[in-house]
Design a protein around this ligand. Sequence first.
Ligand SMILES: [Zn+2]
Ligand SMILES: [Zn+2]
Length: 350
Amino acid sequence: MRGRNARLVLLSALGLCLAAAATLDSQTPGDRAAGAAPARPARWYKGNTHTHTINQGGDSTPDEVVRWYREHGYQFLTITDHNLLTRVDGLNAIYASDDQFLVVAGEEVTSRSGDRPVHINGLDVQRVVKAHEGGTVVETMQGNIDGIRAASGVPHINHPNFGWGLTTDDLQRARNYKLFEIHNGHPSVNNLGGGGVPGLEEVWDRLLSGGRMVYGMATDDAHVFKQPGNPSVSGPGRGWVMVRAARLEAAALMQALERGDFYASTGVVLDDVQTTAAQLTVKVKTEGQTKYRVQFIGRGGVVLREAVEPAASYTFTGSEGYVRAKVIDSNGRFAWVQPVEVGRGASTAP
Ligand SMILES: [Zn+2]
Ligand SMILES: [Zn+2]
């Protein structure tokens, strides 16, 4: 029973829709309707979910911004102007192409509580969301998260350390979100923490260790497209997500993000990520003479295993709470694989 329970917990917690053989192996025959068409194989789509245009905060027109991403190997882009929903129908009429490129509507719902900024992206919102300002940071976060959900959007919490706005406790107390930025490409958002405030990867491990299964995003937060190569402005191409979905459609991308079927990157590309009831496996797409470390990380941010080969697996013991993977390359680039819950009872039992 214990093994079966552990397996069921794992399967339900992970939402193992990883689309490949591991998933099919995990299903019972009754899971698939007889005669159903075979599932379309999933693939990885590269996207940036945080971008500004001249409409509110950026230096370039939506057309120029979309063209930059289209021409730099991305398959999707979410435009997230501050408190403004930039229309994307016309952009998609020009730039979208089946399975090649898609612009997804969005808004950076931009508020504050006192002097603390509270910025939350609404991805694929169906209408503009009016920014909410509550009495506390958590009330402000929650009002905006709820507003984004009410507009059928997916909330992602932006740059928690910008203006030292959102603490781990705030992120722990806010509800009904799965995504938050662990890496934002803007040069002054304090990703790494300091002065006694934890960096965002440590914040992530604190949230996960506290039983919150949240997923880490890397984004550009690009505002400036007209100063290529200037590191002191928020230029494009610094952080992105690779999302595994069967189709390049907004709904499929949003569902994959919210079930954690993606990884975040600042340059490392993965050939594959597979999760079974027993293991998490990561395969790096190697590049030239670059070398790699693959870390498997569990409760408390503890490195459970570090592999030096570019294809590496970690076998669950059942008591980790969660396991996530991080790939570090010899040139300072990263990939962050989303956590999987392992032995839920172990992490949340009183
Ligand atoms: Zn912001
Ligand atoms: Zn922004």
